[in-house]
Design a binder for this molecule. Structure first.
Ligand code: FPP
Length: 249
């Protein structure tokens, strides 16, 4: 078990984003249906949310459902949507007790009415919480997010609210779903796959990437600590040389 006290509080990743992968394979390994994996995935979500709050991470983004996931069999999509609703209902107390604010990014218009309503309700109830932002990526596609940003910016240009010369990284940031969030410092992907899968393409420009072979339902706070300790061993140069960093240039 990794110990939280080993973490250097001065060098915490502010924003951790997790691709929760391997629920289906975890279940298959046990001779069970895929939905059994998703149900157990919720336990990992709870542990990692609690752990992030305890460690002092400011933003935790979880990739819960991609736009591509709408193409899965309807029965599996229904289970995932129902799990989302039941978890939101069940975990509201956990969010409130830990001063956690819920947010969501993605094309939420595509969600079933009940899921959208429940999500909006919990977002509203927790909106003044300040310790941790739990940001759920649901019905999310990074490319779609960027397309939407292009459209919004173009509209402002056509309406003379913005000039082409004014477009910079800040303007683009401000038109993404993540407009109020800092860039991602650490991306974690479970299940041994080494892909980004259309997740936060703009926001991970300088993120450290951490891959583990564990399937998501087996991932716990101790593994989150392991990932953070690994992150803290790395030198983030942002394009500079090691010497420049040492000299604070
Ligand atoms: C990836 O495993 C996981 C998902 C597509 C869904 C993640 C959802 C949860 C953990 C539960 C609900 C979430 C919340 C926030 C309450 P996979 O199905 O792609 O697994 P496989 O790659 O082994 O098939």
């Amino acid at each position: 078990m990794e110990d939280i006290s080993k973490i250097n509080k001065q060098r915490l990743p502010k924003h951790i984003a997790i691709i929760m992968d391997g629920n289906g394979r975890w279940a298959k390994q046990k001779g069970k249906l895929r939905v059994f994996g998703h149900k157990n995935g919720v336990k990992a979500v709870r542990d990692v949310v609690e752990g992030s709050a305890e460690i002092g991470v400011k933003v935790l983004t979880l990739y819960a459902f991609s736009t591509e996931n709408w193409n899965r069999p309807k029965a599996e999509v229904d289970v995932l949507m129902n799990l989302l609703v039941s978890s939101l209902k069940k975990e509201l107390k956990l969010l409130q007790d830990n001063n956690i604010r819920l947010q969501a990014i993605g094309n939420l218009e595509k969600l079933p009415k009940k899921a959208k309503r429940e999500l909006e309700e919990v977002i509203q109830i927790t909106k003044n919480n300040t310790h941790l932002v739990l940001n759920l990526a649901i019905s999310y596609s990074a490319k779609e997010e960027i397309v939407n940003a292009f459209k919004k910016i173009s509209k402002k240009i056509v309406n003379n609210e913005l000039s082409i010369e004014e477009i910079d990284e800040n303007i683009i940031n401000n038109h993404l779903y993540t407009r109020n969030l800092p860039d991602v410092d650490l991306v974690i992907r479970t299940s041994g796959e080494k892909r980004i899968s259309n997740f936060l393409l703009w926001q991970i420009a300088y993120a450290e990437l951490y891959f583990t072979d564990l399937f998501w339902p087996d991932f716990r706070k101790t593994h989150l600590i392991q990932a953070i300790l690994d992150y803290q061993q790395r030198e983030r140069r942002f394009g500079k040389t090691s010497d420049q960093l040492k000299n604070n240039e």
